[in-house]
Design a protein around this ligand. Sequence first.
Ligand SMILES: Cc1cc2nc3c(=O)[nH]c(=O)nc-3n(C[C@H](O)[C@H](O)[C@H](O)COP(=O)(O)O)c2cc1C
Length: 447
Amino acid sequence: MSGNLFGKVFRLMTFGESHGPYIGLVIDGVKPGIPIDRQAIQLELDRRRPGQSKVVSPRREEDRADIISGIFEGKTTGTPLCILIRNQDQRSRDYTHLKHILRPGHAGFSFLQKYGVFDFRGGGRASGRETATRVAAGAVARQLLKTRGIDIIGYTRQIGDVAVKTVDFSQIEKNAVRAPDEQAAVEMVHAIQTAQMEGDSLGGLVEIIVKNCPAGLGEPVFSKLEADLAWALMSIGAVKAFEMGDGFKAVTMPGSTFNDLFYFDSGNQRFHTRTNHAGGVLGGISNGEDLIMRIAVKPPSSIGKTQQTVDDRGKPVKLDIGGRHDPCICPRVVPVAEAMVALVLIDNLLMQEQITRSGELATLRTRIDTIDTQLMLMLARRREIIREIAAVKKREQRDVFDEERELEKKQQSDEFSRMLNLPPKMMHELFEIIIRDSHNLQKETLT
Ligand SMILES: Cc1cc2nc3c(=O)[nH]c(=O)nc-3n(C[C@H](O)[C@H](O)[C@H](O)COP(=O)(O)O)c2cc1C
């Protein structure tokens, strides 16, 4: 199975299944010497883990991140950073009755078509459990982004028919559904519980905003920033649609409304746009405004209601799933989506730094080339004057060697060395070469 790798510079590989002993990840491309806060990784994992409220799966997973390589004395070493998370509360027997049954909405059928084998206990690699590894990796990425002032905020905008009316970031972590609206959160919890009692599940809309995203991230063609973000977010199980900025609403907006007008802010000395319908990306490259994106999350497939389906031989069966499932995935998708956005941003930021750095080097080299050219031209000009001096000496019948003049030049060289802080040894050597050349040239002219 391929497709377990993500990123171009800051590269993540995840592994493991929900009913194996561990899930884990390896990050390649972490710079050395960066302090990593283990507690911050744990906090992110706690935000994703099941069993945190009555509207998510009651599975009890501690989700403890064991960093087994890549960190020494609290700092990255630059070697692959590997994190393991032990699976603790799997109850594989809950799934035995599902072995030969095609579960509607589940990955099992297409896995069987592709591989001929499927770990039916919990969904294998298609399980939401895999996203714990993304969150742990994202927590590392977020720490690197924080040092650059970049902040990622995710929240639930809608669950079923209940949408938020206000957005107050301080409310997000205060309610079980991670909604930025206290009142809407109560209604969302009620909607989920009602659906659950009826043996059903609910979908929703999750919004992610990136504050202080620098301009210049993303490449213009196949690696547009929104393409990378769409890839990252659409790779999360149960995510069915992606929008950037006004997204699908743009269909009905005239250009005169959709266009974000520019202005120059003399306060922070930066260009801005008055609106942000584009969602912070123009031509595939971030423009310095907030990044705004939304994902549609489907209702979980494992529902309490009896469903009519078939087994793997085509025989009709009635399916009662059982197990401990999420009645709505949105509250747990929020930290996963934030993590995926963090991974895209750090990857693009590191790539941009490589470009800027190589740009910087090229500029500096051009400047050195200009100075070297001037030095060579001056050296050539100096030799022309030496020939003129030799002609004068010949006319006046003077010697090539003039002790007083040489002493004067030596003193001049020492003085320059002191004044300009140039290494004396280098100045002496340079002086010797120039004087030797002068002597030779004059001798040539005089004979
Ligand atoms: C955090 C998280 C938790 C999930 N929990 C469940 C669950 O309890 N029950 C379920 O049927 N699907 C759950 N899913 C969704 C499945 O992973 C996914 O929908 C399923 O494998 C089919 O893939 P698809 O929706 O991408 O087609 C969860 C997904 C995530 C990201």
